[in-house]
Design a binder for this molecule. Structure first.
Ligand code: CTP
Ligand code: CA
Length: 226
């Protein structure tokens, strides 16, 4: 049951979570997206809420509804997510970036429905801004947690992302494993910090992963004013 506080470990903390997948428009009725359901991000938001935090969720396309008691900002594209997130970053203590953000978007977004012509169509795509990297570069007091979806060399790529994006923690999942990653109700994650592997969790429900992760984060916050 979730209508009372789990504990007050995050009381007074402002937590920003991104959830779901971005949608990159091609025309008014078509877009590029991914398999993200938002379940992991929403579970993290709920766990933070239960620990007493003030929670904002910036959510793209999701297959499930957000938890009660959190502020929800809906966005479509990576660019909109970037703007929503940077807008509240200054007043945020903890950021958890679980959204699956598109790496590429269409160079030209048509304002009319594209007509078919010819046998092949080549879409020209360009890179989106890396939101997490942008936050890492602008980090002042925030505790920054990224995700990494990998299918091979999990530790190597996760540690690379942690350093490149100036994260305090990276939550890596091997999305090639059964029970891990996009869309399901369970996940198998390894959490890395600047010192290397911090915690390796077994197959758990996303809700349980979220609680363990938020407990881990709460325990690693540097006490302020002390
Ligand atoms: N991310 C982001 N903005 C992007 C792309 C990714 O903020 N434009 C964030 C994701 O929310 C996630 C982390 O970066 O927290 C890692 O995402 P992932 O797709 O695993 O890594 P990339 O750096 O995009 O590298 P690649 O897809 O090539 O593995
Ligand atoms: Ca990516």
């Amino acid at each position: 049951v979730s209508w009372f506080s789990r504990n007050g470990k995050l009381a007074g903390k402002r937590v920003l979570v991104t959830a779901g997948g971005t949608m990159e428009r091609l025309d008014p009725v078509r877009y590029l997206t991914n398999d993200s359901s938002g379940k992991m991000g929403f579970a993290i938001a709920e766990a933070a809420r239960l620990m007493g935090a003030d929670v904002t969720v910036v959510a793209g396309r999701t297959a499930v509804s957000p938890p009660a008691g959190v502020r929800v900002v809906r966005v479509e594209s990576a660019q909109q997510m970037l703007e929503a997130v940077t807008g509240v970053y200054e007043e945020t203590d903890i950021v958890v970036k679980s959204a699956a953000v598109a790496d590429y978007r269409a160079v030209n977004v048509s304002d009319r429905k594209l007509k078919k012509s010819g046998e092949k169509l080549v879409l020209e795509l360009e890179r989106t801004t890396d939101i997490l990297e942008t936050l890492g570069e602008r980090k002042t007091h925030q505790f920054l947690v990224g995700f990494a979806a990998e299918t091979e060399q999990v530790e190597h790529y996760a540690m690379d992302k942690l350093r490149r994006k100036h994260c305090d923690l990276i939550v890596a999942n091997d999305v090639s494993k059964d029970g891990a990653g996009f869309n399901g109700d369970t996940n198998i994650v390894q959490v890395f910090g600047t010192e290397g592997l911090v915690e390796s969790l077994p197959l758990l429900s996303k809700r349980e992963v979220a609680i363990r992760l938020m407990e881990l984060i709460a325990g690693r916050l540097t006490p302020r004013g002390g």
